[in-house]
Ligand binder design. Structure first.
Ligand code: DHB
Ligand code: FE
Length: 286
């Protein structure tokens, strides 16, 4: 059976891609951020996932405002990157796992989630930057199942809905018969606003509150409406919805084993967190 080993949540600011291309790892501006990945690399080398389910938001590359699904699940054997306008190198493609994608799609629809299924799907910096941060080498050792959540055009799904989406994906993973080690990724956030009167807005207190609650008590965060989240975290801080879904997919006893938080990277409060998902035995004892 598939095993959900844990999750990584991280910011996906495009400027990180340029800094990686320019090898600025030890630059004083970048070091506090990149240093937060030393533990992630250690954890991934130890845990050796086979597949990553990636909750992210498309920024107008694959979906635009004319047609924008609330939830979209990739079912391709390969995902191409064609990021436009961010000034970062186009990334190599990432392999998919169509069989696992279809298993998740079937389970979500059976669970009454009306998702969009995508047999052809371009991925943007919200997938490629976290992948490059997690595995900086030449080759990605995992296949992915990308799941896109609309954080761009209102009305957005609620915090509660995204947590439930994640929980449904978690149950689907647990019922997958293949022996796979699965990790879950949530990208984006934390607080940031890219335009308007509050451009540059970040909120350390709210970010801390969200991170403090996420591992042990994510349901308390569902009390925040989307308008509350925009007010507290900024217009693009709603990317935290991806973190909620990631957390929902961790079905065991969840422990935060690593956290790095640094302000700012570009316009964003940058955060990197690693979660472990207690195994079945631990769950039964809990
Ligand atoms: C920035 C942050 C994002 O989440 C994004 O998608 C694009 C840009 C930024 O802070 O520059
Ligand atoms: Fe973003």
């Amino acid at each position: 059976m598939a095993k959900i080993i844990g999750g990584v949540a991280t910011t996906h600011v495009p400027a990180i891609g340029k800094a990686i291309a320019d090898k600025k790892f030890n630059d004083p501006y970048w070091r506090p951020f990149f240093g937060g990945f030393d533990y992630v690399h250690y954890w991934l080398a130890r845990e050796k996932p086979d597949v990553a389910v990636v909750f992210y938001n498309d920024h107008g590359l694959n979906f635009f405002l004319d047609k924008l699904p609330t939830f979209a699940v990739g079912a391709a054997s390969e995902y191409r990157n064609e990021d436009e306008g961010w000034g970062i190198p186009v990334s190599r493609s990432i392999a998919g796992d169509p069989a696992l994608s279809w298993h998740i799609i079937n389970a979500l629809v059976a669970d009454e989630f009306d998702i969009t299924m995508c047999q052809d799907m371009l991925i943007d910096h919200a997938v490629t930057i976290p992948m490059t941060l997690m595995w900086p080498g030449e080759k990605w050792p995992v296949k992915i199942v990308p799941i896109s959540i609309n954080t761009v055009q209102h009305p957005l799904p609620s915090m509660k809905r995204c947590l439930k989406l994640g929980r449904s994906v978690g149950r689907a993973l647990e019922s997958y018969p293949q022996d796979l080690r699965v990790m879950v990724v949530g990208t984006g956030g934390l607080s940031h606003q890219l335009d308007g009167k509050r451009a540059g807005f970040v909120n350390k207190e709210f970010d801390s509150l969200c991170m403090d609650a996420l591992a042990g008590d994510p349901d308390t965060l569902t009390l925040y409406s989307i308008h509350d989240v925009v007010e507290e975290a900024g217009a693009q801080g709603v990317e935290f919805l991806n973190w909620m879904a990631m957390r929902g997919a961790l079905t065991g006893r969840v422990t935060e084993v690593h956290r790095n938080y640094h302000i700012p990277i570009s316009n964003t409060a940058a955060a990197t967190v690693v979660y472990e998902n207690g195994d079945g035995a631990e769950r039964r004892a809990a």
